[in-house]
Design a protein around this ligand. Structure first.
Ligand SMILES: Nc1ncnc2c1ncn2[C@@H]1O[C@H](COP(=O)(O)OP(=O)(O)OP(=O)(O)O)[C@@H](O)[C@H]1O
Length: 303
């Protein structure tokens, strides 16, 4: 297996008496989108600052793109697109001037690339930075992170301040980066945005990783309500016998049931009839995650 894009072992960061990280073991594989999820104060920003060598660990190991960020910081920064959680820009220059300047620091970025990203995020490059709204400043942050097509994107709460339409566009950018073979590490405290773009999700709590799961597996484990409309009445008992299917009711030509996990058996059984319509509520991954949280809590109490 190739070297992880991000690898930390027993990473600890204390701020005086305050605990930042208490022993973080993190492994992000090349080419994946990894959602780093946790409540406020759990250690997400601390982790990200350690990856970028903006702060130094109390103990433990960090490797980013195969190198130690403490030793190869300058060369490494060119290979990373970083958006800070508290991304702040100010000044008299225009957004275009700032982005061109930052692009030159990273070896030059084609003007068309900056224009293209700004266009997609609806950012007016001719406006002065200091006159921009919070949301527009965040767009500048997104453009500067993506514009040099970095091998690794490290994004701290990237969608904060973006309106829902732009959040979708941002998630498309993330998926495109992944499709282009890039690695994305993005923190969030909002499950719904992470589940749309991430391959895997890691949950951090109290400075350490509580669990890591593939979003696909979470979906498979999820419970959903399904409603199938058939052309003719069907036999409910036939469906109740299928794996994962329960609480079956048939009213007229409509079948309703609860589906646990994979939809395969249910879909194949339904396909033996004429299906007029099918409704399936999106599984609530947030609830599955709350399950993890509470299990973790119970284990701690028991210990
Ligand atoms: N500079 C600092 N000095 C003292 N304590 C700090 C400092 N930075 C972070 N901490 C503490 O470390 C813990 C983790 O903070 P961190 O900012 O990494 O969390 P976070 O998950 O990014 O939260 P948020 O989403 O609120 O930014 C918190 O308890 C915080 O109070």
């Amino acid at each position: 297996m190739s070297e992880p894009a991000v690898h930390t072992e027993a990473l600890v960061k204390t701020y005086g008496r305050n605990r930042g990280l208490t022993g973080l073991d993190l492994r992000v594989e090349p080419g994946e989108v990894y959602g780093f999820l946790g409540p406020n104060g759990s250690g997400k920003s601390t982790t990200i600052r350690l990856l970028l060598d903006l702060i130094r660990p109390t103990s433990g190991h960090v490797r980013v793109l195969g190198v130690d960020p403490r030793r190869d910081g300058v060369a490494l920064r060119r290979r990373i697109g970083y958006l800070a959680g508290d991304f702040v820009v100010n000044g008299r220059q225009t957004a275009r001037e700032l982005l061109t300047y930052l692009g030159n620091l990273r070896g030059g970025v084609p003007r068309a690339r900056i224009d293209g990203l700004a266009d997609r995020l609806d950012l007016d490059l001719g406006r002065r930075i200091r006159g921009l709204s919070k949301g527009n400043r965040q767009k500048v942050g997104v453009v500067q992170a993506f514009m040099h097509d970095p091998e690794l994107l490290v994004l701290d709460e990237p969608t904060s301040g973006l309106d829902p339409f732009l959040q979708q566009e941002f998630l498309t950018l993330v998926r495109e980066a992944r499709d282009g073979g890039r690695t994305v590490f993005m923190s969030s405290h909002v499950m719904s945005e992470v589940q749309q773009a991430a391959d895997r999700v890691g949950i951090i709590r109290d400075g350490r990783l509580v669990t890591v799961a593939r979003v696909e597996d979470l979906r498979e484990r999820a419970v959903r309500q399904v409603e199938i409309h058939f052309a003719d009445p069907v036999d409910g008992a036939q469906f109740a016998a299928l794996p994962g299917v329960s609480e079956v009711s048939v009213v007229g030509t409509t079948l309703r049931c609860r589906l646990d996990g994979r939809a395969d058996a249910l879909v194949k059984a339904a396909a033996a009839h004429t299906v007029v319509g099918l409704l399936s509520a999106e599984p609530d991954l947030e609830q599955i995650f709350f399950g993890y949280y509470s299990r973790e809590e119970q284990a701690r109490v028991a210990a």
